[in-house]
Write a protein that binds this ligand. Structure first.
Ligand SMILES: Nc1ncnc2c1ncn2[C@@H]1O[C@H](COP(=O)(O)OP(=O)(O)O)[C@@H](O)[C@H]1O
Ligand SMILES: [Mg+2]
Length: 622
């Protein structure tokens, strides 16, 4: 019996041994097979650290953007605006081996697996409050920034193939690829933990290529501008700001606004006033900060203004214009004849260079012009011309002056002459021209590295006066920058970098005004063009970008766009501001105060930025 059993066991043993041997043979065979097929299957390295895959294209697919799908636990790795690298499979795996860089422009969205998000079962259960939570995955739309070839980004010739691996860039690499470095910190990129967005203060293609800060009231423009000025100053740029409302006149103090203080603390920033601020206000006008430590009154020189710009600013009719220009010509003759200018050979030579489209006649005062126009009006009206002449040179040489007028052919119609006289009288009464009690603006100081000049125009109550001031100071700055440029050492960059902020720019440069005042606009355009080389950057700030003509927007290469709700305005900006994708444009109407789309020549692509709160004090104006 036992023997039987034993033989049974032996049999079994031998069978199992045979089986094991067999199976070992089998595994060997399999190994051989694997060997033959090129080794054991391993997930490619690219797949291991990828977080998603490129989807197949649908007929709705658009050039330059691909859909990327990812598991739900990876959604948090691709926030809006983040950068990803897309690697196609290697040619052995059926890909083309290309590598692309892209940015998330839509999403991340969450979609249920295997069901449409609007499937009846999803809707019904949600509405009935039942717990039906299908598993879901993420979807993002990625715009292709370029193909990476040997580390550089080139325009793509193809698009990523389906199933290509997608991997987010690290913060450090994102910062580098987006070119976020610079001395002028604007704020933090939205969508990232802590990614500061900076722009360089010294590059020629940023500030000297001009900047527009646009957005509705309350969007955050003034906060942005004041912060910007602080940063520019710290990096040695001189700034000049035309402050129509007196909002910036306390910038030298630190902010005491509770929300700002809280926001500053959250970002680890400290409140502080802007240094080296000088506050200018027109002679005879109030300032909204009489206690400012460095406060100066200034006056304008009539001779700096082109007669053509003056006539535009005065808004003269054609008939009045003709008489104004005639009067100007006679005044010029008188100034020359009395040797007020030119008084020597050097000045005579200067006269040859004079361009009256750009500047007035040297040493001619508004009072000179007024006196002559008055004699003209009296003469045409056949009234006695024994009126008192207020300019001292004309008073002393009455006969000679009268002779100049009397020997000229004057256009008739005393009414028009009197109108011109009236316009000039109003200008005279402002006492802002050629006023001995207040000097001209100190352009030397204004263009010194790091200095800040605020031109407080809050008490002028007149866009005309503001425009006179802005155009004269812009011209003064350009002339000074010409000198600074010539004075620099051969081959060296200019030391005096200047940024000029024009608040309420639509008042100065609206389409309407550009039409009424083509000469003035031509001057600004010239300043903008010449400013590029001479480092005079213009910063236009306005809540009414619709009033800025294309000619002005066309001068600007950098934009900070706060909330804009008007779709007509957005459409127009779309045509002017390149590079911003639809995903960003769509966000423009809903931006929170302090958020802005920044499109700067230095940045690789426009970015949504949460602008830093300002460390300095802004005056509340209503
Ligand atoms: N960068 C910012 N951070 C925090 N709050 C801001 C920021 N910008 C604006 N705000 C808020 O919005 C308000 C209006 O901003 P402001 O700069 O005066 O706008 P605008 O000049 O466009 O009218 C501020 O008083 C502040 O409360
Ligand atoms: Mg403002």
């Amino acid at each position: 019996m036992f023997g039987e059993k034993n033989s049974e066991n032996e049999k079994l043993n031998s069978i199992s041994t045979a089986l094991i041997e067999d199976s070992e043979n089998g595994f060997d065979l399999l190994d051989d097979e694997i060997e033959l097929a090129g080794g054991e299957w391993e997930e490619p390295e690219d797949a291991q650290d990828s977080i998603g895959r490129v989807m197949y294209d649908t007929p709705a697919a658009k050039d330059n953007t691909v859909t990327v799908l990812l598991p739900s636990d990876k959604i948090s790795e691709v926030p809006s605006q983040s950068l990803v690298r897309i690697k196609c499979k290697s040619p052995e795996d059926g890909g083309d081996g290309r590598c692309y860089l892209g940015a998330v422009v839509q999403g991340p969205f969450a979609e249920p697996d295997g069901l449409r998000a609007d499937a009846p079962i999803v809707i019904t259960t949600t509405v009935r409050g039942t717990q039906f939570t299908p598993r879901y995955h993420g979807r993002v739309q990625v715009e292709i920034l370029g193909e990476e070839i040997d580390g550089s980004l080139v325009p793509p010739r193809f698009r990523p193939l389906p199933n290509s691996y997608v991997k987010p860039l690290s913060s450090a690499e994102t910062e580098e690829k987006l070119k976020l470095a610079g001395e002028v910190r604007l704020g933090l990129a939205v969508g990232y933990e802590n990614m500061p967005v900076n722009i360089p203060s010294s590059r020629k293609d940023v500030f000297p290529r001009h900047l527009a800060v646009l957005g509705t009231t309350g969007g955050g423009k003034s906060t942005t501008v004041s912060g910007l000025i602080g940063k520019l100053t710290e990096s040695g740029v001189a700034t000049v700001l035309f402050d129509t409302e007196g909002e910036y006149t306390r910038m030298m103090e630190q902010t005491d606004d509770v929300t700002m203080l809280k926001e500053l603390a959250r970002r680890g920033l400290t409140p502080k006033g802007v240094e080296n601020v000088t506050l200018y206000h027109l002679v005879g006008r109030e300032t909204s900060n009489p206690a400012a430590p460095r406060r100066k009154q200034f006056s304008l020189s009539f001779s700096n203004l082109s007669p053509y710009a003056v006539k535009e600013i005065l808004g003269l009719t054609d008939a009045q214009e003709e008489r104004f220009l005639k009067g100007y010509e006679l005044t010029r003759n008188a100034v020359m004849q009395l040797r007020i200018f030119p008084s020597n050979d050097e000045e005579k030579a200067q006269l040859l260079e004079l361009d009256e489209m750009e500047e007035g006649f040297p040493r001619m005062t508004l009072q000179h012009l007024y006196d002559i126009i008055r004699i003209c009006a009296d003469t045409v009206a056949k009234e006695p011309t024994q009126t008192f002449l207020k300019s001292k040179e004309f008073f002393a040489n009455r006969e000679a002056v009268e002779k100049i007028v009397h020997t000229a052919t004057l256009p008739p119609n005393f009414f028009s002459w009197r109108k011109v006289q009236g316009s000039l009288a109003r200008l005279l009464r402002l006492k802002i021209f050629d006023n001995d009690t207040a000097p001209a603006p100190d352009y030397d100081r204004m263009t010194k590295p790091g200095n800040v000049t605020i031109i407080d125009l809050s008490d002028t109550d007149s866009p005309q006066v503001n425009n006179l001031v802005i155009s004269e100071i812009l011209r003064g700055l350009l002339l000074k920058q010409n000198d600074n440029y010539d004075a620099r050492l051969e081959g060296e960059p200019i030391k005096n970098r200047v940024a000029v902020v024009i608040e309420e720019a639509h008042e100065f440069l609206s389409a309407e005004r550009v039409r009424q005042m083509p000469v003035l606009f031509q001057q600004v355009a010239r300043i903008a063009r010449r400013g590029r080389k001479r480092w005079l950057g213009l910063i236009f700030v306005t809540q009414l970008p619709q009033h800025l003509p294309n000619e002005v927007l066309g001068l600007v290469n950098n934009f900070i766009l706060h909330k804009i709700s008007d779709s007509g305005v957005i459409d127009r900006l779309k045509r002017t501001v390149g590079m911003i994708d639809d995903g960003l444009w769509n966000r423009l109407p809903n931006l929170a105060p302090g958020q802005a789309i920044v499109s700067a020549s230095s940045l690789a692509r426009p970015l949504l930025v949460s602008i830093d709160p300002t460390p300095c004090k802004l005056r509340m104006v209503d």
